[in-house]
Design a protein around this ligand. Structure first.
Ligand SMILES: [Zn+2]
Length: 478
C-alpha cells in the first residue's frame, strides 16, 4: 500500500513537470481607464496666466495598458495632463509595485501635454522639490487604480506594430526670419529664431528644424478577433482652439474616442482602451505658418486632426500581421545632468527688472523671466534624470521627461539598437524643454532660462544613454 502510494505520487510529479515544460507561455494584455478630471474652479495651466476652469468640455483620463509575456509585465500609462511631476510618477509607481507587483522600472507614466488641464506639477511648476498637493495625490492614486484594473483585465492577446504617415498636421514652430525682424527676447538680448512667428508672417524664411510625420502604434486584440487596446504616439505638441476656461483632453482624447468608434469597440466589457502619447514635439505644432490661419469655431481644428489621425491608424491596422506571443523587457536609468543657472549678468538683470516692477496690467514677459531666473539660481547643481526604454517584441520605446525636440526623436529612431523604435516624451517628470546644442545656439522661447532648465548639451548626454539602454535590451534577447 505504502509502495503503491509512492508510485502514484511519483507519477503525479512527473506528469505535472511535463505540463510545466511543454506549456507555451501565454501573452496577455489588459486595459483600463481612470477619470482624473479636476474639480471645476481649479486653475487651467497651459498659458502664462492661469485662470479657473468653468466647464468640462471632455473628461481627462489616465489610460492604462498592462502587458504580460508570462514572465515579465509592463504597464504603459498616458495621462491627459500638461505635464506630470516626478513625485507623482514616483508615488504612483510605488503603489503599483505594491499592489500590482509590477516594478517601478517597468511602468511608463507620461503626460500628453493638453494645455486645458489643471496642474499635476504642483502649485509652482518652477519649484523643483514639493510635497504632493491634493490633486497630485488624487492623480497618483487614480493611475495606480487604473493599472490595477488593467492587470485585473489581463487576457490572452495577439499583438501587432504598425505606423501611419500624417505629415499634414505637423509643423516646426521655430523660424528663421528676414534680418532684423526677430524681436528681442524678454532678457533684452537677440535670438536667431522666433517661436510661433504668426501664421502668414511675410518675414519668414525657413523653419529651424524638421518634423516627424510618423504615428507609431501597437494594437492588442484577443486571439483572432476582439480589439483590446491601441497604444500610439505622434509628435504634435497639442492642437488647442478651445474655449479658454474649458477642461479638455485636446486632440489626444478625441483621437481615442474616434478610434474606438472606427473599430466598433464602444461599450465593451472589459473596455477597449486607446492611448495617444506625445512623441517628441517640443518644437512642433499644428500651425501652418506659411499661410494665414482661417477663423474656426472652438474645437473645429482639434476634431479635424483627431478624425484624420484616427482614420489613418484605422486604415493601417487593416494591413497588420498579428503575433500570438512576444517577449517584454525594460531598462531604467537616472543619469546625472547639470541644471542651468543664470550667469552673473543675467542675475543682475533679473534683480534690476524685479526692482523696477511689473510693466502694464497684462503679461510682462521680462518680469516673468526675471522671476524664473531667480528661481533657477536656487536650483541645486545637478539632477538625476529618469530615462526608460521598453522592449515589446522587436520594438523599442525610449522615453525622456522633457518637451523633447523632434530631431532628438528622429535620431533615436535611427540609432536605437532595437528596431523599429520610437520615443515618448514627458515621462516620469517635467524637466523643461530639451533642445539640441545646435538649437540652443539659435535661441528662442524653448531655450530661454526657466523654460529651459537642463545644461546646453543635456540632449546629447541623454540620447547617448538611451541608445546604450536599447543596446542592453538587444543584448538581453536570447
Ligand atoms: Zn509646451
Amino acid at each position: 500500500m505504502c509502495r503503491l502510494l509512492s508510485v502514484v505520487v511519483a507519477a503525479c510529479v512527473v506528469g505535472s513537470s511535463l505540463i510545466a515544460t511543454s506549456a507555451e507561455p501565454v501573452f496577455k494584455a489588459g486595459a483600463a481607464t481612470s477619470n482624473i478630471t479636476p474639480p471645476i474652479g481649479q486653475n487651467i495651466v497651459g498659458g502664462f496666466a492661469p485662470s479657473p476652469s468653468t466647464q468640462v468640455h471632455d473628461e481627462l483620463h489616465a489610460r492604462c495598458l498592462v502587458l504580460d509575456d508570462g514572465q515579465t509585465k509592463l504597464a504603459l500609462v498616458v495621462c491627459d495632463l500638461l505635464g506630470i511631476s516626478r513625485q507623482v510618477s514616483d508615488e504612483a509607481r510605488k503603489v503599483i509595485a505594491e499592489r500590482s507587483k509590477i516594478p517601478a522600472t517597468h511602468v511608463l507614466i507620461s503626460a500628453t501635454h493638453t494645455h486645458s488641464a489643471s496642474s499635476a506639477m504642483g502649485q509652482d511648476r518652477f519649484r523643483f522639490e514639493q510635497m504632493l498637493d491634493e490633486y497630485q495625490q488624487f492623480v497618483a492614486r487614480r493611475i495606480a487604480d487604473g493599472v490595477q484594473r488593467a492587470a485585473n483585465n489581463l487576457r490572452p492577446a495577439e499583438i501587432a506594430f504598425g505606423t501611419a504617415e500624417a505629415p499634414e498636421h505637423v509643423f516646426n514652430r521655430r523660424w528663421f526670419m528676414q534680418p532684423g525682424t526677430v524681436p528681442p527676447n524678454p532678457f533684452g538680448t537677440a535670438d536667431l529664431v522666433k517661436m510661433n512667428p504668426g501664421a502668414g508672417n511675410a518675414n519668414l524664411t525657413e523653419p529651424a528644424g524638421p518634423t516627424d510625420p510618423t504615428i507609431s502604434f501597437f494594437v492588442l486584440r484577443e486571439p483572432g478577433g476582439k480589439f483590446l487596446s491601441v497604444f500610439s504616439a505622434y509628435s504634435l505638441h497639442y492642437v488647442g482652439g478651445v474655449n479658454a476656461s474649458d477642461i479638455s483632453a485636446d486632440y489626444y482624447g478625441m483621437y481615442c474616442d474616434r478610434l474606438i468608434q472606427r473599430l466598433g469597440a464602444e461599450h465593451r466589457d472589459p473596455p477597449f482602451v486607446a492611448l495617444m502619447a506625445n512623441g517628441t514635439s517640443g518644437d512642433i505644432n499644428n500651425i501652418n505658418f506659411r499661410q494665414p490661419r482661417p477663423r474656426q469655431k472652438p474645437y473645429e481644428q482639434m476634431q479635424f486632426v483627431a478624425d484624420d489621425v484616427a482614420a489613418k491608424v484605422y486604415t493601417a491596422i487593416g494591413g497588420l500581421k498579428f503575433r500570438g506571443h512576444v517577449t517584454l523587457d525594460a531598462r531604467y536609468r537616472e543619469p546625472i545632468v547639470a541644471w542651468r543657472h543664470p550667469t552673473d549678468e543675467q542675475l543682475e538683470w533679473a534683480k534690476k527688472t524685479i526692482a523696477t516692477g511689473k510693466k502694464g496690467t497684462g503679461t510682462d514677459l521680462s518680469f516673468i523671466y526675471a522671476q524664473r531666473t531667480l528661481q533657477m539660481n536656487d536650483y541645486p547643481t545637478t539632477t538625476a534624470v529618469p530615462l526608460q526604454a521598453l522592449r515589446i517584441g522587436d520594438v523599442c520605446i525610449g522615453t525622456m521627461p522633457c518637451e523633447v525636440f523632434c530631431e532628438i526623436g528622429l535620431e533615436f529612431k535611427r540609432r536605437s539598437a532595437v528596431q523599429p523604435a520610437f520615443m515618448v516624451e514627458l515621462n516620469h517628470g517635467y524637466f523643461g524643454y530639451l533642445p539640441t546644442p545646435r538649437q540652443h545656439k539659435l535661441g528662442g522661447y524653448e531655450t530661454w532660462l526657466g523654460t529651459n532648465r537642463l545644461e546646453a548639451d543635456a540632449s546629447d548626454k541623454l540620447l547617448t544613454e538611451l541608445v546604450a539602454m536599447s543596446e542592453e535590451l538587444k543584448a538581453a534577447v536570447q
